[in-house]
Design a binder for this molecule. Structure first.
Ligand code: PLP
Length: 386
């Protein structure tokens, strides 16, 4: 296959909005229930909870709010430490600061790219109240040793499953493994509500507490009586209508993402210098983002720029939290160097992962990746017309 000018531009992610979504959203709009009261909110919460194998779903206006609400509902605040992976999206750590607690960072594990029991153990102090385990790029963390460690040390496990809807750990859904799970429905996620989020838990009292705080902490029995200060973190009925329609299609989305991942693996299997997402026998990833680790000698800006010229969008891996100014300044975390996370962040890229992609698209993208590898490793093979 010779690479010619890209027939199109392949973005990193694309939402799939169809007729069912249009129908439900229009129905919500026409019903007049456009704010956060309405049938779609209740149905979306209960159906999503069922999908995640939990008894409770608490919808929120986004995933960041869901994380903050989880911490607030658990009573985590000033003086408490929360362990967070250093390799994650910033919201996992900023939510801890919103709660007034201190994020303490943990390194990534080479196998899963998530935190491990070992990296968490290295960050525990007598002030540790919780750990936020992020299932990075859709790959579940190795939860059993983490749950065992945290239960022994009296530490609450919060799952940040913003990227991992439908992912399985030893046959169980993520979001049901810890005390509480947080999801995001941002436009690039497995299912979307535009902006939106959800907490999942099987602890009824915790769910009630989260609903109370989410709804301005208004007394359930007396209107406009607020025993504490709460938040307005609610999802609208219109967004929930979109989410419910998306949820009916989630298994199809997941299946197509699995295919996309498989096609990448097939197309790039012979490039030993390239490492794709972890593939572990005890888990099923949501395949949120196909990710590739390039050889350390490659300049990441040049790789991204060249792929863009070839019509392929990329995203660098998240910048580790301990290297970001707000966390650096606060001296969050005792350890200052996290070699695995730093190495992954230096070498990692996300590649186009939309479920709409066909095998010929993946072949094109894989060829472009190979082309860039060859150019940068000094082995030009084909003329690329761009
Ligand atoms: C790991 C992780 N946590 C939290 C969030 C925050 O979700 P939201 O953008 O819906 O606030 C995101 C992504 O957007 C994420 O990737």
């Amino acid at each position: 296959m010779t690479l010619s000018r890209s027939p199109r531009f392949y973005p990193i992610a694309e939402p799939e909005i169809g007729k069912l979504e249009e129908r439900y959203v229009l129905d919500a709009v026409r019903s007049g229930w456009v704010s956060s009261l309405g049938e779609y909110v209740t149905r979306f919460e209960s159906e999503f909870a069922r999908y995640c194998e939990t008894s409770e779903g608490i919808s929120t206006c986004n995933g960041t709010a869901a994380l903050h609400l989880a911490l607030a509902s658990l009573g985590i605040g000033p003086g408490d430490e929360v362990i967070v992976p250093t390799l994650t999206f910033v919201a996992s750590a900023s939510a801890v600061l919103y709660a007034g607690a201190t994020p303490v960072f943990a390194d990534a594990d080479e196998t899963t790219w998530c935190v491990s029991a070992e990296s968490i153990a290295a960050a525990i102090s007598n002030r540790t109240r919780a750990v936020i385990v992020v299932h990075l790029y859709g790959q579940p963390a190795d939860m059993d040793p983490i749950l065992e460690l945290c239960s022994r040390r009296g530490i609450v496990v919060i799952e940040d499953a913003a990227e991992a809807h439908g992912a399985l750990y030893k046959g169980r859904k993520v979001g049901s493994l810890g005390k509480i799970g947080a999801f995001s429905f941002y436009g690039n996620k497995i299912i979307t509500t535009g902006e939106g989020g959800m907490l999942t838990t099987s602890d009824h009292d915790l769910a009630e507490r989260a609903r109370f705080l989410r709804d301005h902490a208004m007394s359930p029995s007396e209107r406009y009586v607020h025993p504490e200060i709460g938040y307005n973190y609610r999802l609208t009925n219109i967004q929930a209508a979109l989410g419910l329609a998306q949820l009916t299609r989630i298994e199809d989305f997941m299946e197509r993402r699995r295919k996309v991942m498989r096609w990448y693996r097939e197309a790039l299997a012979h490039r030993r210098e390239l490492i794709l997402n972890p593939e572990l026998p005890w888990s099923r990833s949501s395949n949120w983002m196909v990710s590739a680790l390039f050889p350390p000698s490659l300049n990441s800006d040049a790789v991204a720029q060249r792929l863009r010229q070839l019509g392929v969008d990329t995203r660098p891996f998240f910048r580790p939290m301990h290297l970001l100014p707000p966390f650096h300044r606060r001296k969050a975390g005792r350890k200052r160097h996290f070699p695995v996370a730093e190495d992954l962040a230096r070498r990692g890229f996300n590649l186009p992962t939309a479920g709409k992609l066909a095998q010929k698209d993946i072949r094109y993208i894989a060829k472009a990746v190979e082309r860039v590898l060859d150019e940068h490793l000094g082995k030009p093979r084909e003329t690329v017309a761009v």
